[in-house]
Design a protein. Structure first.
Length: 243
């Protein structure tokens, strides 16, 4: 399989996801490879993940725990900043309000690459097609194009906050339909770091004793599908030129 050719001039990247732990399940090895190469990475997490758990703790307490876990995980991977937008977990919609919030982040960070979740359903693995994930993907795509680059979109962001339009040249999409994925990142050297980051989310994976085994097998299979040598690990994406 021949993947798309990503840009080689990326200095800043923005990852937009719905919940704490999303990026650490789906793309932490890739993020680790970026920061190791000197790319400045910012996370934008749309919710605090307060709707998770068994319901025995107040939502505010759950959200605070999950925020702290995400901050710890991001620090392990060398991520420079984590932004929480505080939209309601379990009820995210691709509204103009969310698009405006994401446009603000894009114009402030001015990334050369944005990574987000697919607005489409991956029928091969429905659990990753959470409605919040898809809504965030749709809103992020709209913020990348056309909102962030359009001077007539949310003009108050420029007039009141000094945030000038910005063109994001490249979009990476994860968890989309398999037939749309066209690029993999060899993350073999970063597996331990990506699992350490994922293990920071104790409230979500603390009791899972088989997590490393399952994730290693999954990334091994991904690498094999892209023709990487035996023993390599990889994460995969759909890469879109949005410039």
């Amino acid at each position: 399989m021949i993947g798309a050719t990503p840009r080689d001039d990326v200095r800043r990247a923005l990852v937009v996801c719905a919940h704490p732990d999303d990026v650490d399940f789906g793309a932490a090895g890739t993020v680790a490879s970026w920061t190791a190469a000197g790319v400045g990475v910012t996370y934008c997490v749309v919710t605090k993940g307060e709707a998770s758990g068994d319901g025995t703790r107040p939502r505010g307490e759950v959200g605070a725990i999950r925020q702290a876990e995400q901050l710890h995980a991001a620090d392990l991977l060398g991520v420079g900043e984590v932004v929480f937008l505080d939209h309601p977990d379990g009820a995210v919609e691709s509204t103009t309000a969310l698009r405006r919030d994401l446009t603000r982040v894009i114009r402030r960070v001015r990334p050369h690459r944005v990574l987000t979740w697919s607005p489409e359903i991956n029928w091969d693995h429905v659990p990753t097609a959470h409605p919040d994930h898809r809504a965030v993907g749709a809103a992020t795509l709209a913020a990348v194009y056309p909102d962030a680059r359009n001077p007539n979109a949310y003009p108050d962001l420029l007039a009141e906050e000094g945030l000038a339009p910005w063109v994001v040249p490249e979009l990476w999409i994860t968890d989309g339909p398999r037939q749309l994925r066209d690029h993999c990142v060899d993350t073999t050297e970063f597996f331990d770091r990506r699992m350490a980051a994922l293990r920071c989310h104790v409230s979500q994976v603390g009791a899972d004793t088989e997590l490393e085994t399952r994730m290693h097998a999954h990334f091994t299979d991904t690498a094999a599908r892209y023709g990487l040598p035996r023993g390599r690990l990889a994460e995969e994406f759909q890469v879109v030129n949005t410039g």
